[in-house]
Design a protein around this ligand. Structure first.
Ligand SMILES: *Cc1c(COP(=O)(O)O)cnc(C)c1O
Length: 244
């Protein structure tokens, strides 16, 4: 590639500094809102982790968040995660990558290689594929079972009715690697009842991690027991429209 003109390069630098500042500022605002939400519901701020969802945002945006102290990131697609994170991990060995999007069985090997947590274990065929992939790679990430609390046909996640049995099977099969549950409530419903359902389900199975709440509703999720909130647009800005 030809070098960019001097002017263009300095313009780009200036706007990337602006971007970094904005991300640092957004992160600090989200952190303060998490602390406040914890105070209101009598919880310890240290019991609620922030997953910064960087899907569709460039590596530079993730770097800006890392420089601002953020260490845990979420990506929907294995391919996209693989294009950003292995490099970043060399500089920031303590970063943690969560796969939070529906996982295809043919992506499980790559997912086992690059992820620290897979939040979207939701069906027996995926459990089989992860088992095989983990054997092949010699590494199994921590797992959360995704529950389709709204029983929405287009959404991934085990249905409410099948959740207890599926969670039990996974815990038997993967032992302590199964850390908890994750959900994405229906967009047109009050999220609190879905969050409450997930917390009760996690308690029933003695699972410590409850991943729920996004930019629009993470404070409600914290009030209902979330131990991980997944925040994207409120940190990195809006994403290009993709339908996901
Ligand atoms: C995109 C996404 C998020 C973050 O959503 P925002 O509304 O941008 O905060 C959280 N969880 C999952 C599963 C996502 O796909």
């Amino acid at each position: 590639m030809l070098p960019k003109s001097h002017l263009a390069a300095s313009d780009a630098m200036e706007s990337s500094a602006d971007m970094s500042d904005q991300i640092a500022e957004n992160l600090s605002f989200i952190r303060s809102r998490i602390i406040h939400a914890c105070e209101i519901s009598g919880r310890l701020a240290s019991d609620v982790g922030l997953v910064a969802v960087s899907k569709f945002h460039p590596k530079e945006a993730v770097e800006a968040a890392l420089k601002a102290g953020q260490r845990v990131f979420g990506e929907n697609r294995v391919q996209e995660a693989a294009s950003k994170f292995p490099d970043l991990r060399e500089t920031w060995p303590d970063l943690r990558l969560h796969i939070i999007g529906g996982l295809q069985t043919n992506k499980t090997v790559e997912a086992c290689r690059i992820a620290d947590v897979i939040e979207t274990l939701d069906r027996p065929a995926l459990a089989d594929a992860l088992d095989k992939a983990a054997n092949k790679v010699g590494r199994l990430p921590e797992l959360l079972v995704q529950v389709n609390t709204g029983n929405e046909p287009q959404k991934s996640g085990v249905s409410r009715d099948d959740a207890d049995a599926f969670i039990k099977t996974c815990m038997t099969r993967f032992g302590a690697k199964v850390r908890g549950l994750m959900c994405i409530p229906p967009e047109d419903e009050e999220p609190a009842t879905h969050f409450r359902f997930l917390t009760e389900l996690a308690k029933r199975h003695g699972l410590p991690v409850i991943s729920m709440g996004m930019s629009a509703d993470f404070e409600t999720a914290i009030a209902e027991g979330a131990t991980l909130v997944r925040v994207g647009s409120a940190i990195f800005g809006s994403r290009p429209m993709t339908g996901s």
